[in-house]
Design a binder for this molecule. Sequence first.
Ligand code: TMP
Length: 214
Amino acid sequence: MTQADTFTGKLFTFEGSEGSGKSTQIELLADELAGMGHEVVVTREPGGTELGEQIRHLLIHSTEETKITPEAELLLFAASRAQLVRELIYPSLKEGKIVLCDRYLDSTTVYQGAARSISSDPVSFINQFAVGSAVPALTFILDVSVEESVKRVKQRVSDLPDRMEQENIDFYNKVREGYLLLARSLPGRFHVIDGTRKKASIQEEILKTVLSHI
Ligand code: TMP
């Protein structure tokens, strides 16, 4: 069953490594769509619900003493997503809203699958279980080099890097490659944009593409 069979709304998701500019572009797009009279819901992963934000805190801000195994990490991201889908995304899509989500199931495929090397069978099964029929109409990948991503994170982060930001260059190379591989394997759902282009030009391309899907 496709999203179009069940919902009148549309889900657009945004992916990319740290510092790729997703949040900025989501904000710009949400303003433009709202200005055109669309009902827009902006959310993020992990998080977006009260439970999800608590899980986010565990996943992102835990210290080294709180050991999180890759398997537990996978399930925690999925738990946050399962809650977000039932509490916010399904109802919004049923009401015909446009949902913009900062990260979604593809982050799990790439971070826990490609970068943490959990095999694709459990990752894909757990992802499908968590999202149900809330499949993105389209997913934008903002692609920046690992060097650029590290540079942007350093500029942005005023205090210590969080648990995920402490990963090494090899991890982030796998993340970037994972995204590009996903985009090549499912070209109909992914739209890759060079995240080093000018903000306004990326904004224009995203808006044009979204408008062609709604
Ligand atoms: P961010 O929301 O600031 O991008 O931080 C979320 C972090 O969590 C980021 O490092 C990517 C990571 N992440 C995963 O590893 N798996 C997931 O499924 C999701 C949604 C995020």
